[in-house]
Design a protein around this ligand. Structure first.
Ligand code: NAP
Length: 270
């Protein structure tokens, strides 16, 4: 079989965005992958290669995902768009038989369950991954482990001030992993009162999540545990978007091998 017939055909939603441009670049730099479609609602009919600072590819960005996928033969969609668009994009991809890899955050548990069902019906794979970086996956894993022994925990996540959703998808995923193994406990003083609303952060299963939004910050998270006379901090810092691409590359290849929607990159890591 020639290289070309083995290539996985990739569509990119949000191709003009900061993450999307990295995805386009990653796809163009991997001979096992072929860029076949790109969507970006307000960018105009620009060649996707140009977004990524690469030579023209012949793949022109479409205003809608439907237009981009139609007749593209795409095997996989990689989506880094906005929370309001992500669920609809995942559904559209599945309707076209295209495996959705959703890097965009903000999915509800109900939406995840529904997309899983739709993927299974079409007998295709899919992935929702709030975080594609190995360090963040390990931070979540270690945090869950620590919560078995130190159940008093708070999560502080830091992102740029233009981020649309709060708390971050990574912090929600971390909280879910902690809640699965931590003994039930409602932390803090039961008579505690917030003098300024929101001061104690978002409540999740007995503990709190705090979202810091500042210009200059990229993506960081600290999980702080408190015990007798001690604290433990597990912290992950992301410095640039290229750091997510090895994970996205693995996901594009792995999603071809299973059926149903997986939530969390950790489940497909070797
Ligand atoms: P960005 O630079 O603002 O790019 C957003 C992209 O989405 C642009 O291409 C934009 O196209 C498109 N878009 C905007 N509104 C849309 C709509 N209504 N429908 C469809 N597409 C739309 O954002 P970013 O920094 O690349 O981040 C994108 C997403 O990835 C965010 O949700 C972020 O939280 C997430 N993220 C995930 C990970 C992970 O590891 N999973 C890592 C980093 C970021 P136009 O320019 O044409 O409007």
């Amino acid at each position: 079989m020639s290289m070309t017939t083995q290539q996985i055909k990739v569509a990119v939603a949000g191709a003009s965005g900061r993450m999307g441009r990295e995805v386009v670049k990653m796809v163009l730099e991997d001979d096992a992958l072929q860029l076949v479609a790109a969507a970006a609602p307000s960018a105009g009919p620009v060649d996707a290669g140009v977004f990524a600072g690469k030579p023209a590819t012949g793949v022109i960005a479409s205003a809608t995902l439907e237009e981009a996928l139609n007749g593209s033969g795409a095997d996989v969609l990689v989506d880094f768009t906005v929370p309001q668009a992500a669920y609809g994009n995942a559904r559209t991809a599945i309707e076209y038989g295209v495996r959705p890899i959703m890097g965009t955050t903000g999915f509800t548990p109900e939406q995840i369950a529904e997309l899983d069902e739709l993927c299974k019906r079409k007998e295709i794979g899919g992935l929702i991954a709030p975080n594609f970086s190995i360090g963040a996956i390990l931070m979540m894993k270690f945090a869950a482990e620590a919560s078995k022994y130190l159940p008093h925990v708070e999560i502080i996540e830091y992102h740029g001030d233009q981020k649309l959703d709060a708390p971050s998808g990574t912090s929600i995923k971390t909280a879910e992993l902690i809640a699965e193994v931590r003994r039930e406990l409602r932390q803090g003083n039961p008579n505690e009162e917030e003098v300024i609303e929101g001061a104690r952060g978002g409540y999740y299963n007995g503990f709190r999540i705090h979202s810091v939004r500042l210009p200059g910050v990229f993506a960081q998270q600290e999980v702080v545990f408190g015990g007798h006379g001690q604290t433990l901090k597990i912290r992950h810092d992301s410095y640039d978007r290229a750091g997510y691409m090895p994970g996205v590359n693995v996901a594009v290849k792995k999603v071809m091998t299973y059926s149903g929607l997986i939530y969390g990159f950790e489940h497909i890591m070797d």
